[in-house]
Structure formats: C-alpha cells, structure tokens
Write a protein that binds this ligand. Structure first.
Ligand SMILES: Cc1cc2nc3c(=O)[nH]c(=O)nc-3n(C[C@H](O)[C@H](O)[C@H](O)COP(=O)(O)OP(=O)(O)OC[C@H]3O[C@@H](n4cnc5c(N)ncnc54)[C@H](O)[C@@H]3O)c2cc1C
Length: 407
C-alpha cells in the first residue's frame, strides 16, 4: 500500500486504515467499503470489549444502518414507541411521550439494541463476501502507537507497520491518534458516575415485573439533578438494561475504566428512596459495572494531513441524549459521502477538511446538548418540543440537521 501522492481528477479507490474496531470504527469501515474503498481495521485487542448494555439508535443513526445493508433483525432490535417518566419514589407514571408514527415522520425506526448484538452484526457485515464493495479486513492485537499524518504510516506496538492513503482514528475517548495529530484534549471528570446492569426477561417475569419487558419504551426515574435511572429492553425483548447515574463522590474518585464490578446490594444502596420495584430488579440483576464519565471540550480540529478522527475520538459526549454512537454513525455516513464516487476526485486532504466542516459544528452542538441533559431531563431530545426554550435541541431540528449534514 502506498499513500496517494498526486492529486487526481477522477474518483480513485483508496487503501484505508481504520484504527479501532469499536462501533464507530466498524461503521466507518462499512460506509467507506460501500463507497468503493479497500478498508483494513486495526484493533488493539483480539476482541473489541463491547459490554452488555443497551444502545438506543434514533432515526439519525438507524437510517444509515439500514442504508448500508445491515441486517437489522439480526441485531435483535426493540422498536421504541414511547418515553416514560416515573416518580422516583413511588414509580407512578408522571409523563408519557408517545413517539407516534415515528418511522413515517423521520424515515426509519427508533431502535434499542444490545451493544454486543450490534457489534457482532457490524463485524460480520464489514467482512461479508456479499454486499457492495470489497470485504474489509480486521487485524487484531495491533495497538497503534505512532501515526505519521503526512506519509500515511502507522506503527504498532508489536513492531509491525502499515501504510495507507487515508487513516481514520476511531480509537475512542482516549484516542492515541488524536494525540498523534497534536490535539491535547481539555476535559474534566464529571460529577456524575454511572452503573449499568442487565436482567433477563425470564427473571423479570418471575419477579412480576413484566411491564418493563413489554413497554417498548425508554423509562426514566429522576433526571432533574444527578440521580437518574434509565431502563429499556433490548435483544428482542429478552433482556432489560439499566443505566443508573449517581454522584461520583459516592464511591471515591480513584476508580476508573469500564470493567469495575459492583454487587447488587451496592447498587441498591446507591439509591435510597428509589421505587422499590427497581430496587427489586437491581437485587436480581447481573453484570453490574461502573462507567466513569468525562466532559470533553470541543477539539480545535478533527483532521490533519491524511488522518481524520471519528466517533468518541473526535467528540466524546455524556450519554444523556443517547447520541454518542449515533454521532459516530453520522461521521461514518459523512465520510462515505465525501469519499464517494460523486464527490471524491482524489484529494484526500480536501475531503477530510470538508468532512470536518460538515460534521464538527453539528457533533459539537449535540455534545453540548448532552452535557445539558446530564442533570436536566427536559433538555433531552424528544422529551419536550423545546419551542418554549431557547437553544434546545429538538427532534425536528435534530433530523433537519442530520439531513443538512449531508455534503
Ligand atoms: C453509559 C453510556 C450509555 C450510552 N448509550 C448510548 C446510546 O444509547 N446511544 C448512543 O448512540 N450512544 C450511547 N453511548 C455512546 C456510545 O457508546 C459511544 O459513543 C460509542 O460506543 C463510541 O464508539 P467508538 O467506536 O467511537 O469508540 P469505542 O467504543 O471506545 O471504540 C474504540 C476502539 O478502539 C480500540 N483502540 C483504542 N486504542 C487503540 C489503539 N491505539 N490501536 C488500535 N485500537 C485501539 C478499542 O479497543 C476499541 O475497540 C453511551 C455511552 C455510555 C458511556
């Protein structure tokens, strides 16, 4: 492989290296494969470490998943139909926001997936022999340590190296690629922390909590202040997943990572006074893990030379709009368009500049709206129309911006 050195005047298929095969990197690979490029993904582990929790994907993400030919039924979706707000202590329903005929209005469904199902299906799809484009290659146990953004060379910890015409840094919130192109992130630990846990539908049935499996909803307790529980079903309604936000000071600030476990009792004790049905659910839940949250400021740029950033490497955001992955999907879609036969005439640097011009303002707006929604549920897209509130991100605008983000 060798980087393109001449400026072409017609479409040219590129050798692309995607660094990181998380959800964002896989979408970038798929989108660029569909656009006619030859893609190799390099992953530091021999698995990508996706965790057992839910992932809601609104229409601004699901439309691309469908367009790229991902077999959605194999991701075992739950089609979301409403948002439900419960009283923290009694659990009574305080508010319901029906999504109505969401698909007719926005063009594709609002899905809830299990993260592992999504990751596996994307892994299969990028490598599939069938479907448009050249099957992508995935090379594991390759941790990128050096990236030369001018010459297109990547060096790996194991001593090997690779050359590419275009390098996409999809290596997550602690991106090394970002550092390699000179960005020093400004960030701070959030005052909030998050536990996630899952429970099977079978257990919920036996506990008499069947409604949480069949509501096809994202359900909230709290959300005005740090404490918030977000519950939803995924995996063909066979699993229910909870995100449980609480003050980071509760369990010390020295713990970090995505693999720190907690016991069911610790989870219950974190939320005194919570609806006793949810405490009951917690006591029987599995795979309880802590997620420390960080607030990153907008980065000064997203690309340099022939290297572009994508997903959490470019715009890590708090999870309160459920938009981190969706924004990664939009990034991938924009890359597929700027490097498409219709738009790409061989100038990789210009195409990456265009990618940044189109995507950075939009993702930054969603990043800011996510931070606002951390302690104010009424800032969540879809929770209220927002017409009454200056500068709130609304569903309508969100969809309009997603459309406008097409080059
Ligand atoms: C609590 C919580 C709930 C969320 N819920 C939602 C939701 O409902 N909807 C939604 O849209 N988003 C949600 N998100 C956000 C979403 O999970 C992330 O935005 C998304 O997973 C980021 O994907 P990524 O591929 O950019 O990064 P990552 O998933 O972090 O993937 C990075 C990959 O790069 C690899 N890597 C790292 N360094 C190197 C290296 N040097 N060399 C090679 N490989 C490397 C890693 O091993 C990993 O596989 C949530 C996030 C949190 C924390």
């Amino acid at each position: 492989m060798s980087p393109i050195t001449r400026v072409q005047t017609s479409f040219v298929a590129l050798d692309v290296a995607v660094l990181g095969s998380g959800l964002g990197g896989l979408c970038a690979a798929l989108s660029l494969r569909r656009a006619g490029h030859k893609v190799t993904l390099y992953e530091r582990f021999d698995f990508a470490g996706e965790v057992g929790a839910s992932l809601s994907v609104a229409s601004n993400g699901s439309r691309w998943i469908e367009r790229w030919g991902v077999d959605v039924p194999s991701v075992k979706p739950v089609t979301l139909q409403r948002l439900i707000m419960h009283d923290w202590e009694t659990g009574t329903i305080k508010n319901k926001y029906d999504l109505g005929d969401y698909k007719t209005k926005f063009g594709s469904e609002y899905y809830n997936f299990h993260r592992i199902d999504m990751h596996q299906t994307l892994l299969d799809t990028v490598q599939q022999e069938g479907g448009a484009g050249i099957p992508c290659k995935i090379i594991t146990n390759h941790r990128a340590i050096e990236v030369d953004s001018e010459r297109g060379i990547v060096r790996f910890e194991n001593g090997s190296s690779a050359t590419a015409d275009l390098i996409i840094g999809a290596d997550g919130i602690r991106s090394n690629t970002r550092q390699q192109i000179g960005i020093i992130p400004e960030f701070k630990a959030s005052e909030s922390c998050c536990y996630r846990c899952i429970i099977s539908a079978e257990k919920l049935h036996s506990l008499g909590l069947t409604e949480f499996i069949t509501n096809n909803a994202i359900e909230f307790w709290g959300g005005y202040g740090i404490n918030k529980i977000v519950l939803s079903a995924c995996h063909n309604n066979e699993v229910v997943s909870c995100y449980c936000f609480y003050p980071a000071s509760h369990n010390g600030l020295d713990k970090d990572g995505w693999n720190i476990s907690a016991t069911p009792q610790e989870l219950v004790d974190t939320f005194p006074g919570l609806d006793k049905r949810i405490k009951q659910l917690f006591l029987h839940s599995e795979d309880i893990k802590m997620w420390r949250l960080y607030i990153h400021e907008e980065y000064p740029y997203w690309q340099q030379g022939i290297v572009g950033l994508l997903g959490d490497a470019a715009h890590p955001m708090l999870p309160d709009q459920s938009q981190g992955f969706c924004q990664g999907i939009e990034d991938a879609a924009a890359l597929g368009l700027v490097f498409s036969e219709d738009h790409f005439k061989g100038d990789v640097r210009r195409a990456l500049e265009l990618y940044e011009e189109v995507r950075k303002p939009r993702a930054t707006r969603v990043q800011k709206a996510s931070a606002k929604a951390r302690t104010d549920l009424s800032e969540r897209i879809g929770w209220s129309t927002g017409l009454e509130r200056k500068d709130k991100l609304t569903i309508e605008e969100h969809i309009k911006e997603a459309e406008a983000a097409k080059p």
